[in-house]
Design a protein. Structure first.
Length: 442
């Protein structure tokens, strides 16, 4: 829109202005104080009209301003950023200015303003704009017309917006959501997810990881990667008017060596360790599909072990021993020491487990097929990393098991990594992974 259109309200016939009009400059302490007073007197107090919000989006050389008016029973507040055209490479010799609203939704916010007062406001604003060489203007208008004066310019509907009413009772609001949404919320709650309101920024580091990873995944423009200082400034300058809403899983964020390596490489990834030791493929795949899928991962890393195809009893013993890495490692060592055929017996056992047509192999393949189908449907990348039995690495006798897992990975579209060569290059006694400690990492 251009502001040099004198025909909108010819100066000669401008009606008497029943408003007190002024343009406030956030760089002038008295104007800044007046802006805050005007904002505080507005019943809606939209945060995107607050001066400490608007100036977060100004560049060096820009001016943070607001056209304000007091009407008989209310007021008008139009925050904007005045930008020099000379800052653009194609207009370096120009003296004119451009007006734009800050990030979010803006416009000439008004309350208790009569039609003639609206007309008078735009008349005064147009005269100010012409006298200050303003030649263009852009505003992304508030979604709520009752908050605004009718805009004095061309209005184009660019795209739809989703608006969620909050002025309903709890039960009415809950029932207004689609059944699928309510089901997802109930599942998330039952699996340890909860909402945390953080008005102090206590978990800002965790928010920034999710925020940056999301912007990266969505291929957002560089403008939308707001730095830490931006959020710290909002917390300081708008204390009491902003908060972070975190959904946390069991009130903790799980970190790992993988997380540290990603961070060190400058890659914005959040790593969740979703595995339980001594689980087989059936257990950890079903656990992911039934309990952890709501975490919506983009990648899954399955650390598979040779016994992942075994059938495990569902009952007996206590929970510590059923899932204990120490118990499994001890069983393996005892079997090798006190059984004459130790290693040969173990190899024979796994040949039976992974024999063509065996029920155990069929079950494992079915579970990985389920995981593969879910991953394809939800655009999740899956990597299967095969962890060897480290007790005999030199003349490794279980390579046939690795071959089976490689074929399963290929059949389901998973990336496959065999960790045997890496383990052979390290002393097994000093290995960070012992026995069959399998993990499922999202």
């Amino acid at each position: 829109m251009t502001w040099n259109s004198a025909e909108l309200i010819p100066p000669a016939i401008v009606p008497p202005a029943p408003v007190e009009f002024s343009v406030l400059d956030a760089a002038v302490p008295a104007d800044l104080a007046a802006w805050r007073v005007q904002w505080s007197g507005w019943p809606d107090r939209e945060i995107m009209a607050h001066p400490d919000f608007v100036r977060r989006f100004a560049r060096p050389g820009d001016r943070v301003l607001a056209a304000a008016a007091r009407t008989t029973r209310g007021g008008v507040l139009y925050p904007f950023i005045l930008r020099p055209l000379a800052a653009e490479p194609w207009a370096s010799d120009r003296k004119e200015w451009d007006v734009t609203t800050p990030y979010g939704y803006g416009g000439a916010f008004a309350w208790n303003a009569a039609p003639e007062e609206a007309e008078a406001f735009w008349s005064r604003f147009n005269r100010w704009a012409r006298s200050h060489d303003v030649v263009t203007s852009f505003a992304r208008l508030s979604l709520f017309p009752d908050q605004l004066l009718p805009f004095d310019g061309d209005v184009v509907v660019n795209s739809p917006n989703v608006v969620r009413r909050l002025d309903l009772g709890d039960e009415e609001l809950w029932n207004d959501y689609a059944p699928k949404v309510r089901q997802n919320v109930r599942r998330a709650r039952s699996r340890g997810c909860s909402l945390l309101v953080d008005a102090e920024g206590a978990r800002l580091d965790e928010f920034l990881k999710v925020y940056t990873a999301t912007m990266t995944r969505r291929n957002a423009a560089s403008y939308y990667f707001f730095p830490r200082e931006f959020f710290e400034a909002l917390l300081h300058d708008l204390k009491g008017h902003c908060a972070f809403f975190h959904v946390v899983h069991e009130d903790k964020v799980v970190s790992s060596l993988l997380q540290k390596k990603f961070d060190a490489a400058g890659q914005h990834v959040e790593v969740l360790n979703a595995g339980i030791g001594n689980y087989n493929a059936e257990r950890y795949v079903e656990r992911f599909l039934n309990r952890l899928a709501p975490l919506r991962p983009t990648d899954l890393l399955v650390l598979a072990f040779v016994r992942d195809g075994e059938e495990l009893s569902q009952g007996g013993g206590n929970v510590l021993l059923r899932n204990s890495q120490l118990a499994v490692t001890a069983w393996t060592a005892i079997n090798r020491v006190f059984t004459k055929s130790g290693e040969a017996s173990l190899v024979d056992h796994y040949k039976q487990v992974y024999a063509p047509g065996s029920p155990a192999l069929a079950q494992m393949k079915a579970e990985f097929a389920k995981l593969g189908a879910y991953a394809r449907e939800h655009d999740i990348r899956v990597t299967l990393a095969m962890v060897p039995d480290i007790h005999t690495l030199t003349d490794y006798p279980l390579g046939f098991v690795h071959d089976i897992f490689a074929r399963v990975a290929r059949d389901n579209g998973f990336a496959y990594i065999d960790l045997l060569p890496a383990f052979r290059s390290h002393d097994a006694e000093r290995s960070a992974l012992a026995g069959d400690d399998n993990r499922f990492v999202a």
